[in-house]
Design a protein around this ligand. Structure first.
Ligand SMILES: O=c1[nH]c(=O)c2[nH]c(=O)[nH]c2[nH]1
Length: 296
């Protein structure tokens, strides 16, 4: 009896990066661009490559990389959601022993300001993760992520009424700075979207674009409008509104660092008052608050 067994495995290529330029057929200098970083990991009857050094079953990661690039060149990509579907279906259809694929695509945001000139959207990205198992084709998991959207509000944020014990030094406040780097994930309800084949045909591209925009708009609107009781309460309200607005959403997850700004005490300077005007940014430690919200 062997000492060990293979509990689980997957392999593929990570950090396959491309910039795709799409030219307007009526004006060869009018372009749209898409910059992506793709990860594709394969699963299936691959155990012997680990346990018996049998490479016959290995589709080389180099081939995975080539496939990503060729499919990106040859196909119309309107959203990274449909491109992820295309990749998952390609690998499972092409190789009989590949039965599952995990795809992750990170898209840079480029804002067009002229027919072929663009401004980079900074740290903010859109990401998509797709888990597909061809033995359960209807149960795929598709998650879209908004990441790196840094926001700050300089009033209308409170934090009081919290648990107080002998370890507590924090003072309750009715007015503080609230700042975070938004990480929001929306898991689609696969039964609302339909089969991955319909997703890759592009029939859901408008939905994907609209849902992502709605998530970003709702995050920013609730952030600015609400007099926040806490990060916890505000993120729950954001997630609830996104579920209300988007029937295709199953779960909404937020992961928000609470990036603290601490009021300087200037009393030593002849009693100088500091009415929430001068703060120092405390890079660490930071709060970290997460929740996943579903529909009742
Ligand atoms: O919104 C907040 N939630 C917390 O859980 C917390 N904890 C803390 O020290 N400050 C805050 N703020």
């Amino acid at each position: 009896m062997a000492y060990s067994y293979l509990e689980s495995s997957c392999y593929g290529k990570d950090n396959v990066k491309f910039l795709k330029v799409v030219k307007n057929p009526e004006n060869q200098k009018d372009h749209e661009i898409m910059e992506c970083n793709v990860q594709v990991l394969l699963k299936g009857q691959l155990d012997v490559s680990y346990t018996e050094a049998d490479n016959k079953v290995i589709v080389p990661t180099d081939t995975v990389k080539n496939t990503i690039l060729v499919l990106a060149k040859k196909n119309k990509i309107d959203t990274i959601e449909s491109f992820a579907s295309l990749l998952a279906l390609h690998f499972t259809k092409k190789y009989s022993h590949i039965t599952g694929v995990s795809v992750k695509i990170i898209q840079q945001l480029w804002n067009k300001y002229h027919e072929h000139s663009f401004i980079h959207g900074g740290a903010e990205t859109k990401e998509v993760e797709l888990e597909y198992d061809e033995t359960k084709p209807k149960e795929y998991k598709l998650v879209t992520t908004l990441k790196g959207l840094t926001v700050l509000k300089s009033t209308n944020s409170m934090f009081h009424g919290f648990n107080v014990c002998e370890y507590t030094t924090l003072k309750p406040t009715n007015d503080r700075i609230l700042s975070t780097d938004v990480l929001m994930k929306l898991e689609y309800d696969a039964s609302e979207l339909g089969s991955l084949e319909t997703v890759l045909e592009g029939s859901k591209d408008k939905l994907f674009t609209d849902v992502f925009k709605n998530c970003r708009d709702t995050t920013l609107t609730i952030f600015k409008n609400e007099n926040s009781a806490s990060v916890q309460a505000t993120m729950f309200n954001m997630a609830t509104k996104i579920l209300e607005d988007n029937k295709a959403a199953k779960f909404v997850t937020y992961e928000l660092p609470n990036k603290h700004y601490i009021l300087f005490n200037l009393e030593w300077f002849d009693g100088e008052k500091n009415d929430n005007e001068l703060f120092y940014p405390a890079s660490d430690p930071n709060g970290l608050i997460k929740c996943t919200v579903g529909r009742n």
